[in-house]
Design a protein around this ligand. Structure first.
Ligand code: MG
Length: 449
């Protein structure tokens, strides 16, 4: 994947810091802001990055060189006169012409999940997808926008008057965050010379009926550093460890903990009985929750997942939901439950098999088959052999073994009937742990070996 990071800004509002440094080179924890963006890109498999420069270009080029040290390939352009946020793309037409690519304003620090962002853009199929945040009502911003219920952008408002702003926005407004995924087709709409995405390109695209979509980023860390107060805020938050950026972890853990870090490794979790409790029906039959009200998240799960994340794992849930085939669980309700769990527990994705062989015939996705793991592997480029499977049933353990994960964990207090089944079936987990926190501890030890 490719990205262009916009680094030409003079940084007037950051003076005197920018008297001798270009804006993207302003340091936070001894790293230039631009380095954070490059690390973010690298962490999501973006290996070719274009950077436009104008003010003090050599300071940027000397520090980053070819990008080899960060495992990326960098391409620089120089603009004697600034070309603007969209105009800058014209110098990289050849590089950007083949695939969807990111545009990232070089004066922000964020941990946005670019993998998800790209996937989302492709699923919507618009010409451009822009990262938006909800912001509380304050004085009128330079611009804001509106979307419909499908998150398609319907309107841009530039330089609104006080009255208009308060008339249009009551509780919050949608703010453009300077991060886009573009389809290469966008290059056809960028005129020669100076142009700006927000002022020139977006309004034009809306007029001619091209579709622009919004990707909401409220759940992520996002700070602009274009003004001194904002820069200080971001610096304080990161230095005080109020926020930590996941893509800085590999370096720290490698050095300080000698932890065996692999990019895109995952913890595969079963859902029912592992992250939320099963429902026991009156006749003792174990069921999955059928509505959000029936969902009870198991103690320690949130903390356990947090520990996995600190070690750099993605959290992927793989679950059989035959209740859908049986008509006991409604598909929309299931979606609601999963969205709730994803948000509440910061899970990257939940993959479900809604089938049951007796009713819907054989499928490839019902555990212990590995169709859903294969899908996750593709979507997130998961390195399965350095990933782990955690479940509460024998079929979970078998799934992990079928997919050749590194180790399998059975969770819960060992029950005699399950132990008996285990021996009968000859399926043994590598570890049995009472809860996810203990699993995380065990994995930490494994990583250190
Ligand atoms: Mg289960």
């Amino acid at each position: 994947m490719k990205a262009i990071i916009l680094a030409a800004g003079r940084g007037e509002r950051l003076r005197p810091l920018t008297d001798t440094l270009p804006k993207p080179m302003i340091p936070i924890m001894k790293k230039p802001v631009l380095e954070y963006l490059i690390l973010l890109c690298k962490n999501h498999g973006i290996n070719e990055i274009a950077i436009n420069t104008s003010y003090l270009p050599d300071k940027i080029k000397q520090y980053f060189g070819t990008g080899e040290k960060w495992g990326v390939k960098l391409y620089f352009s120089y603009e004697p006169e600034m070309l603007g946020t969209s105009g800058a793309l014209n110098n990289f037409k050849d590089l950007l012409k083949d695939d969807d690519f990111f545009v990232i304003y070089g004066d922000s620090i964020t941990d946005i999940d670019l993998t998800k962002f790209m996937k989302y853009h492709k699923s919507k199929g618009g010409i451009i997808t822009t990262a938006l945040r909800k912001k509380p009502i304050s004085k009128p911003p330079a611009s804001f926008l509106f979307t419909n219920s499908d998150l398609q952008v319907t309107k841009f408002v530039e330089k609104p008057s006080d009255e208009l702003f308060h008339e249009l926005c009551k509780e919050f407004y949608l703010s453009n965050s300077g991060l886009y995924v573009c389809s290469p087709k966008i290059l056809n709409y960028i005129p020669k010379g100076f142009s700006d995405f927000a002022k020139d390109i977006f309004p034009h695209l809306l007029t001619i009926g091209e579709r622009i979509y919004a990707f909401m980023i409220d759940e992520y860390y996002f700070r602009e550093i274009g003004k001194i107060e904002k820069y200080e805020l971001c610096k304080n938050e990161l230095e005080s460890k109020q926020f930590s950026l996941p893509y800085l972890k590999p370096e720290i853990t490698k050095k300080q903990e000698n932890f065996d870090f692999h990019e895109n490794k995952a913890i595969f979790l079963d859902r029912d009985g592992v992250i939320n409790e099963n429902i026991y029906k009156v006749d003792g039959k174990i069921m999955s929750p059928a509505t959000i009200n029936q969902v009870k998240i198991i103690d320690n799960v949130k903390e356990g997942i947090q520990k996995f994340k600190e070690m750099g794992f993605r959290i992927i849930v793989i679950t059989n939901q035959p209740g859908v085939a049986f008509g006991y669980v409604n598909e929309n309700k299931l979606k609601e439950i999963n969205e709730f769990l994803k948000k509440e527990l910061k899970i990257d994705e939940i993959y479900c098999c809604p089938h049951h062989p007796r009713l819907t015939g054989e499928c490839d996705c019902r555990k212990p088959k590995i169709g859903l793991i294969e899908k996750a592997k593709k979507d997130f480029k998961i390195d399965v052999k350095n990933s782990y499977f955690v479940g509460d049933s024998l079929s979970d353990i078998q799934t992990g073994q079928n997919a050749h994960v590194k180790k399998t964990f059975r969770i819960g207090i060992p029950r005699l009937d399950i132990l008996e089944l285990q021996h009968k079936a000859g399926i043994f987990p590598d570890f049995t742990s009472p809860n996810l926190i203990e699993v995380a501890e065990e994995i930490r030890k494994l990583g250190k070996k």
